[in-house]
Design a binder for this molecule. Sequence first.
Ligand code: RP5
Length: 164
Amino acid sequence: MASTTPVAIIMGSQSDWPVMKNAAETLERLGIGHQARIVSAHRTPERLYRFAAGARAEGFRVIIAGAGGAAHLPGMTAAMTPLPVFGVPVESRALSGKDSLLSIVQMPAGIPVGTLAIGRAGAVNAALLAASVLALSDEALAERLDAYRAAQTAAVEETPRDEP
Ligand code: RP5
């Protein structure tokens, strides 16, 4: 039977939630069950190990992992699970997320992390990619994803107008 919560959204800190919430909201809009958890690679390494090693057995099918700065959470998670991992670089105070982006995207060959854009766009797109993966084996979800895109297209005006 299909899992009712196929997507795990993990993040290194409570401070990542305002960004990662965008992934949760996008999944909600598409009717995809998910769970959000704080799992820090360096502050809670044992929690990370337990989560990543057990994620597949828990019924998750895709993991979205957001972190900022020296952002090793997505890569460490990917090292311990066969599930697809999508990494979201969170904006950092010191380097505006360029550090997060580079540390997530530069995985050595052998352990992939699908890396998204920095910040909100990355969180939304990680959810949409998770939806695309799940839609491969879920026709009803594929239709909801098509409807999401059609609504997005329909919302684009042909001509610009002055903002109020
Ligand atoms: C990372 O360090 C987290 O992912 C967060 O983006 C960053 C800062 O964390 P806090 O110091 O705000 O907890 O581990």
